[in-house]
Design a binder for this molecule. Structure first.
Ligand SMILES: Nc1ncnc2c1ncn2[C@@H]1O[C@H](COP(=O)(O)OP(=O)(O)OP(=O)(O)O)[C@@H](O)[C@H]1O
Ligand SMILES: Cc1ncsc1CCO
Ligand SMILES: [Mg+2]
Length: 279
């Protein structure tokens, strides 16, 4: 089977999630590398970030937030306890939350942690193609927090889509997202492949972290989950496509991509540029 946009079913028509309803408050327990990028990306699209991960404040922030992002990119024993507490609190309070599987291909401890968090029924679990392979029990060529080349070819993409579907069959209320040159989204309605973006998005840090934050924000604003995931990934990738046209160095490309987060949403035009298909 080939992942061909022209022979597979087109995506359902998607509504514009912007401007986000109610300036959703997103509580982030995230890594120390990209924390500022994640906070600003949320502000640029009209959400309100709060970086709060202490046990003593968990209840008070879950009383206020509209959604939570749990990113396991940088860990300590205390951070692990706090992330697990946040996951249980999200489950108990029925707060939508997104788990980002940063580094699970590199560290079995992270994969075990991700499995434990997944018992609290995340709304969305995301990672790059290699991280999602590890999480779904497939072999992976990921190194550190990066995806490996061998996990990006068409055979691997088809295999991963099927493994994600098998995982979702056991946990039907969770939607899975694997990111890379082609993104795979799976929920209990099927498998979706998304094809926006440019290579340079894999070459500055935090792009996956930002996508996790954008998914959380759109869900927290009240949009359906599958739709939110497709819209968040596609929106971010289109911001990268627009930036790529004008810039050369990666630092300028990063700046322009982030700048576009607050610009592209001003009209509906970006919705017609979404490329993807449904199996
Ligand atoms: N080669 C590529 N072509 C098109 N889009 C890409 C490419 N690489 C990454 N992207 C896009 O960039 C975003 C981040 O994906 P990626 O898989 O690089 O995340 P990640 O490895 O978790 O990143 P990070 O660890 O820096 O947070 C996604 O929206 C993805 O679609
Ligand atoms: C580079 C890096 N290391 C841990 S988290 C992180 C940011 C990408 O998720
Ligand atoms: Mg990542």
């Amino acid at each position: 089977m080939t992942i061909d946009l022209y022979t597979l079913k087109t995506l359902p028509k998607l509504p514009n999630p912007f401007p986000l309803i109610k300036n959703p408050l997103i509580q982030c327990l995230t890594n120390t590398v990209t924390v500022e990028s994640v906070a600003n990306a949320l502000l640029y699209v009209g959400a309100a970030p709060v970086m709060a991960d202490q046990e003593a404040e968990m209840a008070v922030f879950f009383d206020q937030n509209d959604g939570a992002l749990l990113n396991i990119g940088s860990l300590s024993p205390e951070k692990i306890r706090n992330i697990l507490l946040a996951a249980r609190t999200a489950d108990e309070t029925k707060t939508p939350f997104v788990l980002d599987l940063v580094g699970v291909s590199a560290s079995p401890m992270r994969n075990e942690l991700a499995k434990e968090i997944s018992r609290s029924k995340p709304t969305v679990i995301k990672g790059n193609l290699s991280e999602m392979r590890t999480f779904c029990g497939l072999g992976s060529s990921g190194r550190g927090v990066d995806a490996g080349e061998a996990d990006q070819n068409e055979t691997a993409l088809v295999e991963l889509g099927q493994a994600m579907q098998a995982w979702v069959a056991n946990q039907q209320d969770t939607c899975l997202l694997a990111t890379g040159p082609v993104d795979i989204v799976v929920d209990n309605s099927g498998i979706y492949y998304l094809k926006n973006g440019v290579d340079a998005l894999g070459r500055f840090t935090g792009t996956g972290d930002i996508v996790g934050a954008l998914v959380t924000a759109i869900i927290a604003s009240g949009q359906p989950v599958l739709e939110s995931v497709i819209l968040a990934v596609s929106y971010f990738n289109l911001c990268g496509e627009k930036a790529d046209v004008k810039t050369k160095g990666l630092a300028d490309f990063r700046q322009a991509t982030l700048n576009n987060l607050s610009l592209l949403l001003e009209s509906d035009d970006w919705l017609t540029a979404i490329k993807g298909c449904q199996l």
